[in-house]
Design a protein. Structure first.
Length: 383
């Protein structure tokens, strides 16, 4: 096991995981500036038929925000009014929080009882949710999309999702949900979004966990792919097939069960393809982070990299630029990219130890919030 720590090595001792990370083809364009404040609106109950609360297939409360990029859906596992600590997640390209995090967080609660105390807020990139008729339900029989703009729409004038604007959307969501501080977790492209957030809103973070992130500009292959999208158009079936194939290679560089491939292929079909490509193109057009920018991050950060990741060198260079006094780096042996899916048990161990370094222990949480009894757990499950 190779573990490089820029914090006190006594903070975290990690046992770790298996998988790999593939970069996409790239484009020379710089990330576009944020031209105006985001128009983010929480779903207005007064416009629904019966002011019902909406839940997804995992029985998580769903709130929609309307942005310049389309509808952005937030799924809340827990009750934000109880004052318990909050974890917020953001997913990688091609999938939403369901494929990226849902099964992993179920496992985390089994790994250690402390994680039952956390409220988890999953933020999907704009228009990365499932269609309303596909997976969501409401507490009453009213239509889930009987108000506001269409759940999915395709604005051809938007080529890419600007990563800095996605960061601004997170802050708008945090403010609307009245969350003071939280722990952030991101995978892949989401690491760039969270890094922007940490640079600008470090005081809002209790901790930051970045899995297979990087701070460099796009590769020449990413460049070429973006150029092809510009020349041929993002509705080209050939490019869509190539895109989805490269995503599978990105997540699973080594052979996995056919059922896993089939599951992710099904996930690709359930999410608006044009929006996933816009997220990709925003990532391709990313700007390189500088040490001056990263020095503004004042929160404890865990950077995790898969041993067989194709951007392992870039991730190592990225963590070296991070503030030494706040950063811990873990190189997971025999692992790759989508660590939440490949060998999540080892990832649980690393995150568990990191959370302990932030002061979140089972004993301290029990003292503050009381024991998490079975009646409370069953009450949440019955919602």
């Amino acid at each position: 096991m190779n573990i490089v720590s820029n914090m006190n090595s006594s903070d975290i001792h990690h046992k770790l995981l298996q998988e790999d990370y593939t970069a996409f083809p790239a484009a020379p364009k710089a990330a576009s500036d944020v031209s105006e404040p985001l128009k983010v609106e929480q779903k207005s109950p007064s416009k629904t038929v019966s002011q019902s609360v909406q839940y997804d297939e995992n029985l998580h409360q769903v709130i929609e925000f309307f942005t310049d990029y389309g509808t952005q859906r937030v799924s809340i596992d827990g009750d934000l009014s109880n004052g318990r600590p909050v974890i917020m997640t953001y997913h990688d390209i091609g999938i939403n929080h369901n494929a990226c995090f849902s099964s992993f967080f179920n496992l985390m609660e089994q790994h250690d009882a402390k994680f039952k105390y956390f409220n988890v807020v999953h933020i999907d990139a704009p228009q990365h949710h499932y269609e309303d008729g596909d997976t969501t339900s409401t507490a009453t029989a009213d239509s889930a999309n009987s108000h506001g703009p269409p759940s999915i729409f395709d604005d051809d004038s938007i080529e890419a999702f600007d990563l800095l604007e996605l960061c601004t959307q997170i802050e708008e969501i945090r403010s609307r949900l009245q969350i003071d501080k939280f722990v952030a977790i991101g995978v892949g492209a989401a690491c760039n979004v969270w890094t922007y957030y940490a640079i600008n809103y470090s005081h809002r973070l209790r901790g930051l966990i970045l899995i297979n992130g990087l701070g460099s500009v796009a590769s020449w292959r990413e460049w070429i792919f973006d150029a092809l999208l510009s020349a041929v158009g993002q509705k080209s079936q050939f490019l869509i097939d190539s895109f989805q194939s490269s995503l599978l290679t990105r997540y699973f560089p080594r052979t996995v069960a056919k059922e896993t491939y089939d599951y992710f292929l099904d996930e690709f079909e359930r999410i608006h393809t044009a929006s996933t490509i816009k997220y990709l193109r925003g990532f391709i057009r990313r700007q390189e982070f500088t040490e001056e920018q990263l020095s503004k991050i004042k929160t404890k950060t865990l950077v995790i990299c898969g041993e067989f990741s194709r951007v392992k060198d870039e991730t190592i260079s990225f963590q070296r630029m991070m503030p030494r006094q706040y950063t811990t780096f873990v190189l997971m042996p025999s692992s790759g990219f989508l660590l939440t899916e490949s060998e999540p048990q080892k990832l649980c161990s690393s995150i568990d130890l990191f959370m302990q370094s932030l002061g979140f222990t089972t004993i301290s949480l029990q003292r503050k919030y009381g024991k998490f009894d079975e009646e409370e757990e069953n009450g949440i499950a019955e919602l």
